[in-house]
Ligand binder design. Structure first.
Ligand SMILES: NC(=O)c1ccc[n+]([C@@H]2O[C@H](COP(=O)([O-])OP(=O)(O)OC[C@H]3O[C@@H](n4cnc5c(N)ncnc54)[C@H](O)[C@@H]3O)[C@@H](O)[C@H]2O)c1
Length: 264
């Protein structure tokens, strides 16, 4: 077990990708502190972890509340031990274009998806550094890489996650802390299950993905486990797309004449 006895904190653990990641981190031997604003979701994740022989405590918290986050992380340290792994994943989406997005909706998305990560990082880094370091994995999104018709507030928040992670790789390295992000593509979870239940939307998305299908949380957790664990000991400051090839569609224009044309 590659994380045997190494405490891990997971935000957004009450559902979707971070629930699945919690089960994987627990299977790798990490005792878990599970954070989410959804108490019932957290209880279900803990039940699933314990059913498989893992150990987890639940700490209901809204990540937009910096003081509450600080208290929850202090409690996690007391009950589970100083964190050696952090998965920052609590997130929301508001599917509206620029002019349809109100200033309050913009603020809400940025406060959860970007400031929420910031609050958790500020609370986790001191005990992680004091314990000798660790690995931080932040969930960004393919939306941070793509243009097109989407949700500007969400894409901007995830673009912020990308650059925050890259910048912090330098600041945290002297403390023995690595930090990387992953960019999942279209992954069916409660955040979008309604959208992808519409066959036309589902099929258009699947058609845009080189591997020709949408993802599931199980497709994402391997990348999280890799970045959390010792196999990535020399990796920091990267973003790892986990998207069936979706963002690789940013290609040279036209046919393959660029790759066959010779200047000499
Ligand atoms: N599903 C996808 O297609 C996809 C793609 C790229 C990135 N992501 C990102 O992956 C992460 C997990 O999303 P998911 O797809 O599993 O969705 P999800 O809705 O299943 O899980 C999100 C979790 O975050 C929690 N949360 C939301 N606001 C919170 C707050 N203020 N405080 C505490 N917890 C809060 C929710 O309660 C929920 O349990 C998110 O950051 C999301 O943006 C998802």
């Amino acid at each position: 077990m590659m994380l045997d006895g190494l405490p891990a904190i997971v935000t957004g653990a009450g559902s979707g990708i971070c629930r699945a990641a919690s089960l994987r981190l627990a299977a790798e031997g990490a005792p878990l502190a599970l954070l989410d604003r959804d108490e019932a979701g957290l209880d279900e994740t803990r039940r699933l972890v314990e059913e498989r022989g893992g150990r987890a405590v639940t700490l209901p918290v809204d990540v937009t509340d910096a003081g509450a986050v600080e208290k929850a992380i202090a409690e996690a340290v007391d009950r589970v031990g100083a964190p050696r792994v952090l998965l920052n994943g609590a997130g929301i989406v508001i599917r509206k274009g620029l002019l349809a997005t109100s200033p309050e909706e913009w603020d809400r998305v940025i406060r959860v998806n970007l400031s929420g990560y910031f609050h958790v990082l500020r609370a986790v880094v001191p005990p992680m550094a004091a314990a000798g370091g660790g690995s931080i994995v932040q969930i960004a999104s393919s939306s941070a890489h793509l243009g097109g018709h989407g949700y500007p507030s969400y894409s901007a928040s995830k673009g912020g996650v990308l650059t925050l992670s890259r910048m912090l790789a330098h600041e945290l390295a002297p403390q023995g802390i690595r930090i990387n992000s992953i960019s999942p593509g279209a992954t069916i979870t409660p955040i979008n299950s309604g959208t992808f239940a519409v066959p036309a939307i589902h099929d258009a998305m699947a058609g845009a993905i080189p591997l020709a299908r949408l993802g599931a949380p199980a497709d994402i957790v391997g990348a999280i486990a890799f970045l959390a664990g010792p196999d990535s000991a020399y990796v920091t400051g990267i973003d790892l797309p986990v998207d069936g090839g979706l963002i690789s569609r940013i290609t040279m224009p036209g046919d393959n004449s660029y790759s066959t044309f010779s200047e000499s």
